[in-house]
Design a protein around this ligand. Sequence first.
Ligand SMILES: [Fe+2]
Ligand SMILES: [Fe+2]
Length: 188
Amino acid sequence: MALAFDDIALLFARHDSTQYSGEPVTQTEHALQTAWFAEQSGAHEQLITAALLHDLGHLLHDQVDTPTARGIDDLHQFSVLPFLRGLFGERVLDAIRWHVDAKRYLCATRAHYQAALSADSQRSLALQGGVFSPAQAQAFIARPHAEEAVRLRLWDDQAKIKALPTPGLDHYLAIAARCRLGHMRPQP
Ligand SMILES: [Fe+2]
Ligand SMILES: [Fe+2]
């Protein structure tokens, strides 16, 4: 079930031209742009790694269409976790795990956030459980690394820009390699 680190590059290579359906970018461009926004924001390397890998679950399951258009929530934020568990620690995994709930949190707590979401994100919101109630939002943000998932989510939402130049996959895989369990230096 676990992935080897080199499998990550293979998955991106296999889906290099797979469109992020409903958006003007490929899955790989979306991953690179999310990681690039994280890097530009001065995020630590574990959060940049989570940004790069947050939608890897879509690629694992060859989800090339738009499941939400068929009324399906693919739960990609959870299904990828067993594959990454042997490679990365909880800080990386939690930011990935909570990036969908972070959208539900932001809809509940930030004015105009929901209206600015892309059509696909709006459609998936209902399937993913809808906007959090105030009590749900409070409980969410108290979870470990939930605030980092919220930061990731805001980069995720931006990372749909056609032809935005970013560093390549090798640059971000080198960052991810430094975050592997057993390879990490302490980070703030
Ligand atoms: Fe996602
Ligand atoms: Fe995403």
